[in-house]
Design a protein around this ligand. Sequence first.
Ligand code: SF4
Length: 465
Amino acid sequence: MSKTLFDKVWDTHVVRKIEGGPDVLFIDRHLIHEVTSPVAFLGLRQRDIRVLYPERTFATADHNTPTINQHLPVQDPLSANQLKALEENTKEYGIRHWGLGHYKNGIVHVIGPENGITQPGATIVCGDSHTSTHGAFGAIAFGIGTSEVEMVLSSQCIMQPKPKKMRITINGALGKGVLPKDVALFIISKLTTSGATGYFVEYAGSVFAQMSMEGRMTVCNLSIEMGARGGMIAPDQVTFDYIKDREFSPKGADWDKAMAYWETLKTDEGAVFDKEFVFEGAEIEPMITYGTNPGMGIGITKEIPDAKQAEEAEATFAKSLGYMGFHEGEPMEGKKVDYVFVGSCTNGRIEDFRAFASLVKGKRKADDVTVWLVPGSHVVEEQIKREGILDVLTEAGFSLRQPGCSACLAMNEDKIPAGKYAVSTSNRNFEGRQGPGARTLLASPLVAAAAAVTGKVTDPRTLLQ
Ligand code: SF4
């Protein structure tokens, strides 16, 4: 019988089927961080339960870490406590921990792939919604809650109802200045933030086939923003080339064995999806959001729609525009920008900094804009330096911060002040997400670069060589 990629991976991980209930799934890799793990460890301790497979669990500190002076003691007491708890818990339970200052430290969804922990056909969970990122490798990856973190630590399994299947195909090619982030924001603007609720999405078509692994991660990362349980892309040569020779990727005969399996991980001809969408790459232009959810996005040359055209209820739409200080029918181009943030597990990878540098090269940072450039990991930071990107940034008046989640959710000191506008490459523009009263415009690293040199929302295509 023809099977989808999703079915193939899911079915091989079912340990037990519960009649009329969820499946019990085996989890290959469990990623943990300082925010959602302390209570889970407390639960284990209270019940005197050990971690079943410490070697399948990987810990990093990212949400609460400062992005400057990481060598100094962490000032915020809550953050310092959480970082200390992660260190102590991982030590007690024998779990690998890449904490603050470790050369492999970084955002959980950046370090997993770059160390070869993320592999095709695997099941991966983490107490963070954007775990969907890892689906870029043909894995089933999804975010879980704190009690589920405890469940996975103790049993390496999780109970999950099987989601329905959706395929989103984008044919053709992307135009100049259009990046994977634009593809994701375009899809969410079409489907809305609840359009994929209850589904697991497979992305297919030539646009994804031509995309780098970094780009695929950006797209899968944002799957959660349209309500999907996760997103995935069938592994291909681009995937295999990315994984080869990374620390935790299989070696020698194990590599050949893994490849024999990975090459079967594609949707069979004739396999049926519960829902399908098809778009053309040429339809997509650089995107920007104008409201307070990621579905409120438009092409950068467009005007803010009126309430009748929008998917939101009229009152919600009006409240959202009120928060942002915008009005129906206004163009987004030309709006003043106070802050630019490049980073997060959505766009904190090397390709994102390459894109940013390609636009700002030979230009100057706008005087009245504060720009935070935050690599997703130390490995990315090193790559930025090694490739000469830091020199380009420095010459243009920018500086680089140290790795962490930073202004993605402002759990550290990197908060956008109330009322200020931030063009951000992160994933959520909810009210207060980047700090109380902060106003977030989600966009690609190129749109961020254009804003950083002009001080306003600018179509990057007008600035590209
Ligand atoms: S960058 Fe943002 S979404 Fe990603 S792991 Fe950190 S807080 Fe979560």
